[in-house]
Write a protein that binds this ligand. Structure first.
Ligand code: GLU
Length: 316
């Protein structure tokens, strides 16, 4: 029997905020309620935005909350390193394996080029890539490469990728029309999130992924890569985003909801109790430990619509 293995994979680009804590809590509860284990992976590929100090702080915040991990920095490290910035060799190997299965080609389009193409916009606000560089000859590629290095894109087929989200039900996306050829490595050499996350989830034996609904549209791309690589697709659970009373998504800019402020106003069990009430796990914000919440956890209780965070919690 395989052991359930979940993961929490934050990007250390600032102090954790309420939305990150909700995600960490539900990832923890989902796998712990099944008797499984949790991996902590630090997704710090974007070295311009991520800092070691933020990573240190988020681990401190998770410990303060009691949301412990069995594998990851400072714990058992069977699949070390757990910082994506140190896993480049693994991504290089994954890229080589993908090259054998699909067409991967350099793309020299600038941001301005992509927008100038007057292409349809996708659900996440990005532009549908028009395959501008797909047909370049080797000599054209070499010529363009002299001016600026290319990003690497993978060609996608005209195919619907469907999966059953454990929380939302059936989800389908046509890769050609709703996604387009996507980037595996940026022009500055940094591996893209879609590539790294697939390599890491497979390498670390992750069986379930709990994350925000903002990443729902990424999942078909990740499943496409998993199929090419011949690795298992984990179960996915996409959780609702947190919004203010006007329905606007709460962001890291909301300082009153970052852990520095929250830790001043709440004890760990009080904060977890608030989150448990917000997501539908309990009627009222009774203070609870993670273990107490795991005992009553059930995906059927968790809401599917955006979660409105009352002003009381925002301390306004
Ligand atoms: N690192 C991503 C984030 O912090 C999460 C990626 C994932 O869970 O797949 O938004």
């Amino acid at each position: 029997m395989t052991v359930d293995k979940g993961r929490f994979a934050p990007s250390p680009s600032g102090r954790m905020h309420l939305g990150n804590v909700m995600c960490a809590l539900l990832a923890w509860l989902s796998v712990k309620s099944k008797g499984g284990t949790l991996v902590l992976r630090i997704e710090d590929l974007d070295t311009a935005r991520c800092k070691k100090e933020y990573a240190r702080q988020l681990m401190d915040d998770l410990r303060w909350l009691g949301l412990t991990w069995e594998e990851g920095p400072g714990k058992n490290e069977p699949d070390a390193p757990y910082f994506q910035s140190e896993r480049t060799e693994i991504y290089e190997n994954t890229l080589d394996r993908l090259r054998e299965k699909a067409m991967i080609y350099p793309c020299f389009c600038s941001r301005a080029d992509l927008h100038a193409a007057n292409a349809p916009h996708l659900s996440d606000g990005t532009v549908l890539y028009q395959n501008t560089c797909r047909g370049l000859t080797a000599s054209e590629q070499a010529e363009k490469n002299k001016k600026r290095p290319g990003a690497l894109r993978i060609a996608v087929p005209d195919e619907d990728i469907c999966f059953t989200d454990g929380h939302l039900g059936a989800v389908c996306q046509n890769l050609k029309r709703e996604c387009g050829d996507f980037i595996l490595r940026r022009s500055d050499g940094v591996f893209a999130y879609q590539m790294a996350v697939v390599a890491d989830d497979a390498c670390m034996g992750i069986t379930e992924v709990v994350r925000g609904q903002d990443l729902l549209s990424s999942t078909p791309r990740q499943i496409y890569l998993q199929r090419l690589l011949g690795v298992k697709t984990p179960s996915y659970y996409h959780i609702p985003l947190l919004v203010n009373e006007q329905g606007v998504r709460l962001s890291k800019r909301e300082k009153s909801l970052d852990m520095q402020e929250l830790r001043k106003r709440y004890a760990p069990s009080e904060l977890l109790g608030e989150l448990a009430a917000l997501c539908g796990l309990q009627q009222k914000p009774y203070a609870k430990t993670p273990q107490e919440l795991a005992a009553v956890f059930d995906w059927g209780k968790i809401v599917r619509e955006p979660i409105v965070v009352p002003k009381r919690i925002q301390n306004e």
